[in-house]
Design a protein around this ligand. Structure first.
Ligand code: GDP
Length: 338
């Protein structure tokens, strides 16, 4: 007798070898399971995921990594559907990953609730994977990097990492991609669109979506405004000057130019060496993020801190103990713990 969970149990037991070979062969079922493994919090899964990642590492790094952000309603899923379609028509295999900051706090999510990207989901050259949930945003972003590497090892040439433009998730995505694309709307002020200046500054391209119908002339005016705004920012280390483009994700216009722009930026930054240096820096930052996370976890989970913290917190709250002294005292306890 084979009960449903028997097959589940069997399903969860792939050998490390099988994961590695399946991922490298581009087997989507194994890839999905390898991603699930990477997202797991169980110690034995984490160990196995590390082995898999280490083995596939030499086969990673070959994709164009593109971050896509914008406030809800700007047209992210419509854009990714249309632009993703174009990318696959150019004979590229595309993986779409999402970082959804909302799913951490609530059970629901801004990005995931509705049925999104139905066309792309049926496209044989596209692979869509929603955000991991259940841990801090930092943890999710770290896992997304692992997922990105797995997708590259599985032969995906282009990776989109989508996030909703409402918080720190854009900064995290910016830190793991080569090209950062900010979707905007014409006619609404920056404040209305909830876009902070810092996010504009990170953009390699500002793409004004919904440049169709009655909205076209407003979009053209907005293009000039954004071009002027971008010129005011100091140029960054990449040497790439951010561009403004118009598109209609709905009518699928302007998308070719955006793809050409991304290819041009890749060429240019590869020639100057920025591309490689940036990727190296991103890897090192990832290491540092992981170290911080591990240290913080070990700190708060340790018995000495758990027993000392409530009392010290009270003293800090009451204004009896300076926060810095309190932190030093706790750190001393932590470092001297048995
Ligand atoms: P998201 O919340 O950023 O993922 O936005 P959606 O892709 O769900 O789009 C929000 C709404 O804007 C939907 O009703 C889309 O049909 C519409 N929309 C998206 N792109 C365009 C476009 O290029 N032109 C027009 N007119 N509407 C669009």
């Amino acid at each position: 007798l084979l009960l449903p969970w028997h097959s589940q149990m069997k399903r969860s037991k792939l050998t490390t070898e099988a994961y590695i070979n399946g991922v490298l062969a581009g087997d989507r079922i194994v890839l999905s399971r390898a991603i699930t493994l990477c997202e797991s919090h169980r110690p034995e899964d984490i160990r196995q995921a590390e082995e898999v990642l280490t083995a596939v590492m030499p086969h990673t790094g070959g994709s164009i990594r593109i971050g896509i952000t914008g406030v809800p309603g700007v047209g992210k899923s419509t854009f990714i559907e249309a632009f993703g379609g174009l990318v696959t028509q150019r004979n590229k295999k595309l993986a779409v990953l999402t970082i959804d900051p909302s799913s951490q706090k609530t059970k629901g999510s801004i990005l995931g609730d509705k049925t999104r990207m139905e066309e792309l989901a049926r496209n044989a050259n596209a692979f869509i994977r929603p955000s991991a949930s259940g841990s801090a945003l930092g943890g999710v972003s770290s896992k997304t990097r692992s997922v990105m590497l797995l997708c590259e090892a599985a032969g995906f040439d282009v990776i989109f990492i989508e996030t909703v433009g409402v918080g720190q998730s854009e900064t995290l995505v910016h830190g793991m991609v080569d090209f950062f694309l900010l979707l905007m709307l014409a006619g609404a002020g920056d404040e209305l669109q909830g876009i902070k200046k810092g996010i504009m500054e990170m953009a390699d391209a500002v793409v004004i979506n919904k440049a169709d119908g009655d909205n076209q002339s407003a979009a053209k005016r907005a293009k000039i405004d954004y071009q002027n705004a971008l010129h005011l920012f100091p140029s960054d280390a990449s040497g790439w000057s951010p561009k403004v483009a118009l598109c209609s994700a709905l009518e699928k216009t302007g998308l070719d130019d955006i793809w050409e722009m991304i290819l041009e930026q890749q060429d240019q930054t590869k020639q100057t060496g920025f591309f490689h240096g940036n990727r190296q820096q991103q890897q090192v930052n990832w290491l540092k993020e992981n170290i911080s996370e591990l240290l913080e976890g070990a700190f708060y989970e340790s018995a000495v801190i758990q027993s000392a913290l409530p009392e010290i917190m009270k003293q800090v709250e009451a204004g009896e103990l300076p926060a810095m002294n309190a932190a030093n005292e706790l750190m001393k306890k932590f470092l001297e713990r048995k």
